[in-house]
Write a protein that binds this ligand. Sequence first.
Ligand SMILES: Nc1ncnc2c1ncn2[C@@H]1O[C@H](COP(=O)(O)OP(=O)(O)OP(=O)(O)O)[C@@H](O)[C@H]1O
Ligand SMILES: O=C(O)C[C@H](Cc1nc2cc(Cl)cc(Cl)c2[nH]1)c1ccc(Cl)cc1
Length: 312
Amino acid sequence: QPLTAGDTTSSDDSTAPTSSTAAVPVRKRTLADYRLGRTLGEGSYSTVVAGVDLSNKRDYAIKVLDKRHIIREKKVKYVNIEKNTLYKLDHPGVVKLYSTFQDSSSLYYVLELCQNGELLTFIKRLGSFDENCTRFYAAQILTAIEYIHHRGVIHRDLKPENILLDHRMYIKLTDFGTAKMLEPSEDGTESDRANSFVGTAEYVSPELLTEKAACKSSDLWALGCIIYQLLAGRPPFKGSNEYQTFQKIVKLEYSFPAGFPATAMDLVSRLLVHDPNERLGANNTIDKLKQHPFFDGVEWDELWTQPAPRLM
Ligand SMILES: Nc1ncnc2c1ncn2[C@@H]1O[C@H](COP(=O)(O)OP(=O)(O)OP(=O)(O)O)[C@@H](O)[C@H]1O
Ligand SMILES: O=C(O)C[C@H](Cc1nc2cc(Cl)cc(Cl)c2[nH]1)c1ccc(Cl)cc1
């Protein structure tokens, strides 16, 4: 018998006033609060299913992790990094985490539902994006990166699989389990280097391969790779295996296909730069990135209210 709004099984006082004005404390959710629907996707350690919250009839994405698997694979740290990072972030371009809970076998994240799945799916389906669509999506991704960096978070694994699309076809960054929260160091400025962890081969920055240390600028390198991929239909560095890919990155071995728009070529070549400090927008100068001619015409204040361009 599914729960209906107003029914309560937990210690709540079931005679609690049901009027919407009553400040009912936010009760820790349990699985019983949701009607689970279709499976949205599978991760290495997770399954994501659609779920309707029975008390407010809203749709969510519920990410389920098997506890034993998490412990065996030593991913406890990543789970708590993803939880703490997502709880801290609040931006239209970042997937929202509403609640977390657990039962005897699993851990649950209740996430904002991104009905249109992964950006990668659309790149594959269309082959590539036209310049106008690339501009819109690059601008949305850029403002989401600007926001997480402002909050002292480096994503470290930005790629079209980790950029989801909601019902309005707006982007939502996800997968913060490998993100890095920069610790404010003694002199108050945040330490700018994060150690260990290597992202996905095609999008990994050179500094991560040579010095094993990511910085905010590593996300700008990934943005350069993503802009290239939106227009070319494939990432700039792609070897026949991971090692080959890393070689190309370290040697900056990439070229633009014929027909690649000139302003986009200029922008990408200012992001795919070895020295992290030399990348356009590095060292908290993302405004310089926004002023690049490629973004001419972007209404930055309307970016999260205007309708997304039709992908074609
Ligand atoms: N909030 C969401 N809304 C809709 N679909 C989602 C959402 N979060 C994840 N998904 C889908 O579920 C799939 C699995 O996501 P999840 O984050 O659990 O694993 P992953 O990060 O893709 O894989 P891995 O853990 O191996 O990196 C994703 O590929 C995505 O398609
Ligand atoms: O309920 C909360 O919010 C806190 C718990 C803390 C927590 N309990 C755990 C149990 C196990 Cl076995 C593994 C991890 Cl990573 C665990 N993390 C929790 C539950 C779910 C998720 Cl996704 C993260 C953290």
